[in-house]
Design a protein around this ligand. Structure first.
Ligand code: IMP
Length: 224
């Protein structure tokens, strides 16, 4: 890692989801003040990545791989970061899980909106008493950083989760996705009742990002 300067490190968040960028970017910027953190939109990268794997790990890695390959020539010292998140509901035997984005049945070629998925979840669970649920985020990291004699490539995953319950109706108007129906046990509120800062203190994604930050600091030999 000889000679590596922080301002030569480019971290790219491999998502087109603006809500995720809002949550992840400030946490990654904490790694070190002069490391640059970009979203795909910041770099004007237009790339659609289909989530074809059957695990959160697999889908997160698809995203880091695709964006890494796309930008590899542009940045000598590049780290791509991607998350994949699933909501596992106990009374639904772990569904929707890896299919959380595509839970509500839709006509061929149409994707459900957040609202379609939330309505479908509440309807499916009308007569289900066991409403325990877990949000799980897997973050994949892929990078090329200078090594002692040649570039050092790494690939790894970390995860974070938070326990809660599915409410009987939507509560709160912040956040995105299933936030209005996910009651966080430790906060006694839904995610949709929390500001970004509050959600970032305890969410599945922020816990995973914090682990990713520790891992990157270790790899880059940066002190907290
Ligand atoms: P993704 O595949 O990681 O984009 O996540 C799958 C789906 O889970 C998304 O379409 C959202 O509906 C939902 N989701 C992901 N993260 C969150 C979150 O932090 N809060 C609420 N819903 C989320």
């Amino acid at each position: 890692m000889k000679g590596l300067k922080n301002d030569e490190i480019t971290i790219v968040i491999a998502t087109n989801n603006r809500d995720k960028v809002t949550e992840i970017k400030p946490l990654l910027e904490n790694i070190a003040p002069d490391i640059s953190v970009h979203s795909l939109a910041d770099l004007q990268v237009d790339i659609e990545i289909e989530e074809t794997e059957e695990t959160l790990e697999g889908n997160a890695k698809l995203k880091t791989d695709a964006v890494f390959n796309h930008l590899s020539d542009r940045f000598p010292c590049l780290i791509t970061v991607a998350d994949d998140t699933g909501l596992a509901v106990s009374g639904l035997n772990g569904a929707p899980g890896v299919y959380s984005a595509r839970f509500a049945p839709m006509p061929e070629g149409k994707s459900p909106t957040y609202d379609d998925n939330v309505r479908h979840l509440l309807r499916t669970m009308e007569n289900i008493a066991d409403r325990k649920a877990t949000f799980r985020t897997v973050i994949a990291l892929k990078g090329r950083i200078p090594g002692d004699s040649s570039p050092y490539m790494f690939e790894t995953t970390v995860e974070g989760f938070v326990e809660g319950e599915i409410t009987r109706e939507k509560t709160g108007n912040k956040g995105f996705g299933y936030d209005p129906v996910f009651w966080v046990n430790s906060a006694q509120a839904t995610f949709a009742q929390m500001s970004t800062d509050e959600k970032n203190r305890l969410s599945h994604r922020s816990l995973a990002v914090k682990k990713a930050v520790e891992e990157l600091r270790r790899l880059l030999i940066l002190k907290p």
